[in-house]
Design a binder for this molecule. Sequence first.
Ligand code: UTP
Length: 240
Amino acid sequence: MIMTVPRIGGLMTQDKVVISIGGSILIPDDHDDAYIAALAALLKEMSAKVQFTVVCGGGKVARYYTDTGRALGGTEDRLDLLGIGATRLNAGLLALALGDLSSSDIPTTAEEAAARNAPGRIVVMGGTAPGHTTDAVAVMVARALHGARVINATSVDAVYSADPRTHLDAVKYDRLTIKQLGDLVYKDHGAGKSSVFDPLGVKIAAEEKIDIAMVAGRDLADLKKAILGEPFKGTYVSSQ
Ligand code: UTP
């Protein structure tokens, strides 16, 4: 069933949207240049009305560095810093594809990213500090922007009761409250581990009343609907 986003009337002028895009979407080694170019074209098209911040995840490059660093005896903080490096590399790729609309100078904090938001500009960044993932960074940017929405573009098309890749009986959720998402998320943070959404991000979203749309990142038609505030196929997480 396709759910309806409670934003009848759709987009407002200069709506602020923060997209958290998983590294597994950006660089799965599956026509990545074509996908990143198409994503950049969509963001450019929408940027006349929406002020975007895009927070890029690390994907398998981050995983390679955190796994190898762990085997070498690295502390969690050091492994997180390696992961952050990978997220910033991926941000550099998307910024490149966006050309003049973005900058190769990648912000290092959520506050810096929020300060750089401007009509017609697209802020692209990666991770910021050890202890969380880029999902949490996206929520921190939304908090700093006051009133922004978050779209989580992931490799799974929605939130399920269990991992649908391994549990055939997993139930798909069209709509959740932020509290219900909190009950589902993975409890422990560890460098290179991933969950449906970062627990710290869920906590901040609940405190700040930030809604999160969970959408399949490689389905650009559905991502566009989520950006426009139209009904989309993923999961709408309401903070109210
Ligand atoms: P990701 O945000 O890609 O995390 O950051 P993830 O959940 O492992 O990846 P996806 O969602 O499945 O693609 C990669 C790693 O970089 C570090 C963490 O170790 C994280 O696991 N990181 C990232 C930080 O420590 N701080 C940040 O702000 C961002």
